[in-house]
Design a protein around this ligand. Structure first.
Ligand code: ZN
Length: 296
């Protein structure tokens, strides 16, 4: 038996916090413009191995047999457990963000383009196929689409707003002086402006650029860029060296393969770390990291 009824809900009131930009990645599942680095639980090498074992048991059993059905169910249960773990972490993450920030801005990422197979054709076989397929798996493992979907509908529920912006130059431009250059991105984790010396964690810096783009798109107040390109004091809370957000030295296992994919994909060389159950927030330590020598 089922029945339904209509319930009048009060109009949701947008949360009182500050607007936030989020950068979705692999090394850090999500970086916020407020300086948080968050990790979703990903499937570890050990868990992938377990999936492989369970799958091989299914393959060995005779087709149509009861034992094969049993093995299939065991595999499905295990996969489902991993999916539930991830889903729970994403729900916790999106609930918190939409409960704290009235406007959330994220990048529009073309996951289908980014995860295209590198196999190539018989005449022109692709290069680094294994690396690319590993990268694809890490991108899909991060569930960017699901995170954005939840941010969108939960923002609407709670009276907030979710905005998507084009990802162009968000990882290469300086939020302090506006310079766009490949050289600004010193490494996977370090952003250091060649023009003004502004430095920050690269993902958090991208999240700030995303926030600026989103606010401009919505016609909301955007932090004013300083004249002359000096970052000091001009953008409150946006100077990495003064605020709680500072350089974060990457502490990750060395990439297992020598060749790195190009562009944004370099994040994936630090792929598939296991972070246990639930969400693992990481606060970058304060103080200068010291690896940027360009600051005047
Ligand atoms: Zn700059």
């Amino acid at each position: 038996m089922s029945f339904c009824c209509e319930v009048e809900l009060a109009d949701p009131v947008a949360p009182a916090g500050a607007h936030v930009g989020v950068d979705l990645g692999i090394a850090n599942s999500l970086a916020t413009s407020t300086g948080e680095l968050l990790h979703l639980p990903v499937i570890s090498e050990r868990e992938w191995a377990r999936i492989g074992v369970l799958q091989s048991v299914v393959n060995r059993r005779e087709k149509g047999s009861r034992n094969r059905d049993k093995a299939k169910r065991r595999l499905a249960r295990y996969r489902h457990k991993l999916v539930r773990r991830k889903r729970d972490a994403i729900h916790q993450l999106t609930s918190r963000l939409t409960g704290e920030h009235p406007v959330i801005v994220a990048e529009h990422l073309r996951v289908a383009n980014m995860t295209r197979s590198a196999k190539g054709s018989v005449e022109e076989p692709g290069v680094n196929v294994a690396q690319k397929s590993g990268l694809n798996r890490s991108i899909l493992d991060q569930c960017w689409g699901e995170t954005r979907r939840q941010l969108a509908y939960k923002s609407a529920w709670r009276g907030g707003h979710f905005e998507v912006v084009a990802p162009k130059n968000t990882s290469r431009s300086c939020p302090a002086c506006g310079t766009v250059a490949d050289e600004n991105r010193e490494s996977q984790a370090v952003f250091c402006c060649v023009a003004c010396g502004h430095e920050a964690h690269a993902d958090i810096n991208a999240a700030r650029n995303i926030l600026q783009l989103g606010l401009a798109k919505l016609g909301l107040e955007v932090p004013v860029r300083p004249a002359g390109g000096t970052p000091e004091g001009a953008l409150p809370g946006l100077d990495a060296c003064a605020g709680p957000v500072a350089l974060k030295a990457p502490e990750r296992p060395a990439p297992s393969r020598k060749t790195r994919p190009r562009g944004r994909a370099t994040k994936a060389s630090h792929q598939r770390r296991h972070h246990g159950d639930g969400l693992t927030p990481e606060t970058p330590p304060s103080g200068r990291g010291g690896s940027c020598s360009r600051r005047p």
